[in-house]
Every structure is written in C-alpha cells, then in structure tokens.
Design a protein around this ligand. Structure first.
Ligand code: PGA
Length: 249
C-alpha cells in the first residue's frame, strides 16, 4: 500500500534558534499518525534537525541538492554531503527552484539519477502555471515534466520516488486547487504512470498535493482517493497548523 506523507517545506525560513524552537514544539505534539511526517529545514540546520529528531517519527529531508558528485560548484551541496549527516530524502524540482534558478527538466533528470544512485529517496515536484491552467494545458505540461525528468527510469526506481503535484498558481498565494482539481490531476498522473509502467507501479506511488494546504482545507483534500498527502509550505512553519494538517488524515 502506498504511504501517506505530510512534508513541511520550510524554504528559506528559520535560523538555528527558530529551528530548535519549532522542532521542540513538533516533538511535544507528535503522536502516532497514519501519515509519515517529514520536515525540510534549510541546509545550515539539517544536521541539528537530524540530531534533534533522532528518537522521533519525524524524517528530516533536504530541499535541494546538486547532481554532480563533487567539484567546483561554489555554494552547492551534493548527495554525499547530505548522506554523511544522515539525510535520506531530497525534494527536487520545486517550482521556486525551476523559476528562480533555471532548473530544467534535463538538470532534474540528472539530480534524480544522482539521488537514486546514492540510495536516497526523492520527493519530485512539478505543476503547471496559471496561464497553462487557463489555456487548458495543465495536463500536457504536467505529463511533460514527469516524462522528461523521470521516464528514463525503470519501474523499480519508483519505490524511492514520491511525486508532489504543486500547481504554481496555488503556492504561497492562499489559493488552493479545489479538492476535485487535485483529485483529477492526481488520477491523471496515475494514468500517465500506468501507461508507461503498468497499473501496479502507478498504484504504489504516493502522490502529494502542495499549494496553500491549511488546517481548514487539508481534510477535504486528503479525503480524495488519489491524494496521498501534502507538501506544506507556509503552514509548516507553525507546529500547531502543521499538526492540524498531519492529523487531517
Ligand atoms: P505553500 O507552499 O503551502 O506555502 O503554498 C507549498 C510548497 O511550496 O511546497
């Protein structure tokens, strides 16, 4: 059965002190839940976060990494560095990385390969922009993003890949895709996977929804059959809101 996951993407928020505070609040509030709980602090706080959550059912994941093994890439972090501090999972392809740092599908395919070669898991993000949705091209765009970055892989690689559908127009805007829009897209994604890899693989991949998930809309979004959890930005910065979302399962 596919996993249910709620992952908090802290983005470029929280220095060390705030990270310590938020993690201690999370530790106080976490209880057994159907959903796996993940948090993605900034690179500088990954080690602290990893150490601080060791005994708790909270997985610390990275927000990004480079595809190269090492070398002259000033300012970058590689898979080996993440693994060396215990990090097993990396978010790749977030729309902010695509938009502000020109991450192309080709570069993302390389990053995915590197992560998998290092036995890491990937939360792979994609999603259409508002203009695509308005023009009715959202499915074409999403299919292309998935195909270009992932369809060179074998079916077995999907054991270590979680997909995160995040319509760009819903990220940080307060505007959420309706639960039905999320369901329709997730079902479409599963169909795209099934056509390439077969229904069993398609059914086994967790597909998260991201984009203005809040305590007041999480339950309805998560109730949809093809939505396996959420990637949460803004609402993951407050322990109370984050757990209200986790507990929406
Ligand atoms: P948001 O961000 O919840 O603040 O919209 C989601 C994301 O970017 O993953």
């Amino acid at each position: 059965m596919r996993k249910k996951i709620v992952a908090g993407n802290w983005k470029m928020n929280n220095g060390l002190i705030q990270t310590e505070t938020l993690i201690s609040e999370l530790k106080q509030q976490i209880k057994t839940s159907d959903a796996e709980v993940m948090i993605a602090p900034a690179f500088t706080n990954l080690w602290h976060a990893f150490e601080a959550t060791r005994q708790y059912p909270i997985e610390v994941v990275a927000q990004n990494m480079h595809y190269a093994e090492n070398g002259a890439y000033t300012g970058e972090i590689n898979a080996g560095m993440l693994k060396s501090i215990g990090i097993q999972t990396v978010i790749l392809g977030h729309s902010e990385r695509r938009a502000y740092y020109n991450e192309t599908d080709e570069a993302l395919a390389k990053k995915v390969d590197t992560a998998l070669n290092h036995d890491m898991s990937v939360i792979f993000c994609f999603g259409e922009e508002l203009a695509d949705r308005k023009a009715g091209n959202h499915e074409v765009i999403v299919q292309e993003q998935i195909e270009k970055a992932l369809f060179h892989l074998d079916a077995s690689a999907f054991e270590n890949i979680v997909l995160a559908y995040e319509p760009v127009w819903a990220i940080g805007t307060g505007e959420t895709a309706s639960p039905q829009q999320a369901q329709d897209m997730h079902a479409f994604i599963r169909k795209v996977l099934a056509n390439k890899y077969g229904q069993d693989t398609a059914n086994s991949v967790s597909i998260l929804y991201g984009g203005s998930v809040k305590p007041n809309n999480a339950k309805e979004i998560f109730s949809k059959p093809d939505v396996d959890g959420g990637l949460i930005g803004g609402a993951s910065l407050k322990a109370e809101d984050f757990f209200a979302i986790v507990n929406a399962f």
